[in-house]
Design a protein around this ligand. Structure first.
Ligand code: SF4
Ligand code: MG
Length: 269
């Protein structure tokens, strides 16, 4: 059985207190608690502070380009359906340049887990307004306050067909770890948005802010409209598994039982 030592990769260089630490640990602990070995996983990450997770968790992995973790992850899953796939990245990566991929993966329902480390800002590039920054948010790039409104990620995946949608908070480790483990075990596209405070550049969306504003939803909805109504009525400030449905995923629908040996030898089944 895998241990934490087996799953430790490079030494993280994140700022002390960054929410990404507990998300990384949540991924490692979930792999262990579910009884998997590191080689059974591939973690595909995008660009940003969060993107380093594929180097810090020692499984198969690929640190790909900005906003493209989902298409690379889908390719990995199609190439080797036996791999458990986690795509991961930040809010700028996934809900900015990567937003189209996110919508299409939701409706495609490919069997993978997508974990977004949402800190409402661009952290790696030193604190610019992101697609998840609130209206009026002040940064170096929006000195008079953000004139735009943020992307609503969980409503987007619920509305576009994802079969597992959850939201966690890096400051609530027990709930977050439970969500990550359930997402990994879900058959189909599992979207997990995790509020992950950037303690260096975001002085608004702090641990205290989330503790004050978040409401826990105890039971997932099986009706998309009810899930959407609940998310909207709380302005997205909810945590828990919000929507869950059993539905044949993409590869089951295609009937693909891909044999890598046949592929390599040129004999397709
Ligand atoms: Fe985390 Fe922000 Fe530091 Fe990046 S800049 S490591 S997101 S605290
Ligand atoms: Mg970010």
């Amino acid at each position: 059985m895998a241990t934490l030592k087996d799953l430790r990769g490079d030494q993280p260089t994140w700022c002390p207190g960054c929410g990404h630490f507990s998300i990384m640990a949540g991924i490692q602990k979930s792999i262990i608690s579910l009884g998997y070995e590191p080689h059974e996983f591939a973690i595909i990450s995008g660009i940003g502070c969060s993107g380093k997770v594929s180097e810090y968790v020692r499984t198969n992995g690929y640190h790909t380009i900005h906003g493209r973790s989902i298409p690379v992850a889908q390719g990995a899953k199609m190439g080797n359906p036996d791999l458990k796939i986690i795509a991961s990245g930040g809010d700028g990566d996934g809900y900015g340049i990567g937003l189209g991929h996110f919508v299409h993966a939701s409706r495609r329902n490919i069997d993978m887990t997508y974990i977004v480390m949402d800190n409402n800002i661009y952290g790696l590039t030193k604190g610019q307004t992101s697609p998840r920054s609130e209206h009026g948010f002040v940064t170096k790039t929006t000195k008079d306050g953000n004139k735009e409104y943020p992307v609503d990620p969980i409503s987007t995946s619920i509305a576009n067909g994802a079969t597992f949608v959850a939201q966690g908070f890096a400051g609530d480790i027990k709930q977050m770890n439970d969500i990550i483990a359930r997402a990994i075990e879900h058959k189909g596209f599992a979207h997990v948005n995790i509020f992950s405070p950037c303690v260096t550049f975001n002085k608004v969306n702090t641990y205290d802010f989330y503790k004050e504003h978040l409401t826990k939803i105890e039971k997932p909805f099986t009706d998309r409209n009810e899930a959407l109504a609940t998310v909207r009525s709380h302005q997205g400030m909810v945590t828990g598994v919000l929507y869950e449905e059993e539905r044949a995923h993409y590869q089951e629908k295609l009937g693909i039982d891909f044999d890598m040996q046949s592929c390599v030898s040129g004999k397709m089944n």
